[in-house]
Design a protein around this ligand. Structure first.
Ligand SMILES: [Zn+2]
Length: 384
């Protein structure tokens, strides 16, 4: 069999930088070995750091047609209202944007995506199996009376997306949208469906979310008024959002907490203090946080606590690109002290672990087929 030998300014294997090393790969992209440069003098050289392909743990491919539609800095409440009220568009425009969004991810070196689904619009594109997709079928419904209908709808979508499983490049879970959009009645229906599944939830994306759970006050009431949804059933808990709902996720195989912009030490202590506590992944989408709320996630807090961090792009409604390279560039700008090795770990092996796909993606282990990219000052280039 013919092998490709690849060398860069450095080789990142998914966990650490390996000096003077060459990646040996079969023609079909399966990793054969990592060998010293001296043993592979004929290796092709590429400028930049060679890395496994990237894992985008949080995306909404179905919102790609909303690129540039919502202005920056509106805050979450107005952002969510804009999404709900402006997401309708022609089928062709939606399909074209989905195709272009996926193509953008492939060119940016992304090989696997955790993708939120509220409808079937991405299904046809995903049938082509150009990327791995973990499809998170999102259920929401703040009004208790709609819980049955919303759950049935999610079940229907789940079955439609389950048909992608046969490609071997997809998995499917039903997940809650956010703590403020899932009623106790809907949680009760979701809980059995989440057992032993990988689950994601939008968590603490705005300070208003914590206020809504602590006191029942704040801007979320305005959002429900805008949407004409009766919120009188809401019972404040006196605790943060995370500490109010987290028990509902018990029994999930793994939890991805997405955004975490306002997560605190007390919240991390709360998670770790629970009986049978399992560590969640903290999925950071820094460019979306800057776009919507002009806020940075509490990166130092998560690092100090040795939290499992993964990266997401969120959607083109709240980001200028679907590129994990651009997310890493934003971290380098706002948190210049974080080593590139750490950022690459978030972007590769951590993401693969969170989505349960480490057997193929996220690192250059023998027999895996994780894709290979070169990361340099000029951006990301896909090598295989
Ligand atoms: Zn999102």
């Amino acid at each position: 069999m013919h092998y490709r030998k690849l060398r860069g300014d450095a080789l990142f294997d998914g966990f650490r930088l390996r000096p003077d090393s060459v990646l040996v790969m079969a023609e079909d992209g399966v990793v054969a070995d990592i060998v010293p440069v001296a043993d592979a003098p004929d290796a092709e050289f590429h400028a930049g750091i060679l890395s496994p392909g990237f894992v985008n743990c949080h995306c909404h491919l179905e919102l790609s047609h909303m690129k540039g539609l919502i202005p920056e800095g509106t805050g979450l409440v107005d952002f969510v209202f804009s999404i709900v009220s402006q997401r309708q568009a022609g089928v062709d425009a939606i399909d074209d944007a989905i195709r272009a969004g996926e193509e953008e991810m492939i060119r940016a070196g992304i090989v696997a995506v955790g993708d939120i689904c509220n409808n079937e619009s991405t299904l046809a594109q995903k049938r082509e199996a150009r990327l791995h997709y973990t499809n998170f079928i999102e259920a929401s419904g703040w009004l208790p009376a709609v819980s049955e209908a919303r759950f049935e709808r999610a079940l229907g979508l789940f079955e439609a997306f389950e048909s992608l499983q046969s490609s071997g490049r997809a998995q499917t879970s039903i997940v809650p949208h956010a703590p403020y959009s899932v009623s106790p009645e809907l949680w009760a229906r979701l809980r059995p469906a989440m057992q032993q599944k990988i689950v994601s939830i939008h968590n603490q994306e705005t300070a208003q979310e914590d206020e809504f759970f602590r006191t029942g006050g704040g801007d979320f009431n305005r959002m429900y008024e805008l949407m004409r949804i009766d919120s009188s059933h809401h019972q404040p808990t006196g605790r943060s959002s995370l500490q109010s709902y987290y028990h509902q996720l018990d029994g999930a195989a793994h939890v991805l907490l997405v955004h975490d912009t306002f997560t605190t030490q007390a919240d991390i202590d709360f998670i770790r203090g629970r009986p049978g506590a399992k560590e969640p992944s903290f999925c950071l989408c820094i460019n979306a946080n800057l776009y919507i709320e002009r806020r940075l996630p509490p990166v130092e807090l998560l690092l100090t606590n040795d939290c499992h961090i993964v990266l997401g792009t969120d959607s083109l409604a709240s980001n200028h690109s679907l590129s994990i390279g651009d997310e890493m560039a934003a971290f380098r700008k706002h948190f210049p002290g974080i080593p590139v090795e750490t950022l690459l770990t978030w972007a590769t092996s951590n993401g693969a672990r969170a989505l349960g796909i480490s057997d193929r993606y996220g690192s250059f282990g023998k027999g895996k087929r994780p894709g290979v990219v070169a990361v340099g000052d000029g951006g990301v280039r896909v090598l295989g």
